[in-house]
Unconditional design. Sequence first.
Length: 256
Amino acid sequence: MYLTKQTHNYTKQRNKVIRLVLSLIILVLSVNSTFAQNFDLGSWNILNLKYNYTEKWSAFGEAQLRSLKFYNHFHYYEYKGGINYKVHKNVNLTVGIGSYQTYKESGNFVLPKNNDEFRLWPQVTLFQSIERLKIEQRYRTDLRFTSNGYRNRFRYRLGVSYPFGKEQNEYKPFQLSASNEIFFTDKVTYFERNRMLLSINYKPSKATMMQVGYLYQIDYKVNDKTGRDFLQIGYFIELFRRTAPNSYIDTEIKDY
């Protein structure tokens, strides 16, 4: 009887989330259709896999696919991987490498490419909790080997997340998160980009998480700036070695 009731509650929660996600997508599509002349909504898609070897060591791989219109005019993809080391419960060190490919606009993977890039990036992430509110600060240096020469870039992201819902197996199934990231270079004009994200996340299990969000990115140039809107959809999988301790997936704002 207890298991039947628990399964029923889980099914109700899952159906609520599915309806919420579908409502958000329909709302976004409606807004995009209504304001099509002045508002182009792109897509930002993420698939992330993480493997926890021990409490301190973990590895990850991620692929992203982006378009400048709603699942049309695909112009960018990346794939990357790396290793994390948890120095302290509130400090995480990361080293990552990846390939980042940017195509010309106004079509799907239009050649020639705007940029063919290999990137190496060390990163430090700091975590802090204030009651149920979780705060993340991320510092990253991009060592960029591009088709236009070598470049440096420095990034800082501040994010907050709030887990909620009835606790299941030591985790809460829902999470609201918001973040803002700024990008700097060591060349004029120095300030390169600003990226903002609002999202809702749902964990059907301790090992998986789905994300739906709105991302707004502004690219700054010497005499101009260009803003882009994206619907972000992410799917995150976390695996554990049999002797590994419990997950800490809900304490992190996911990468993008």
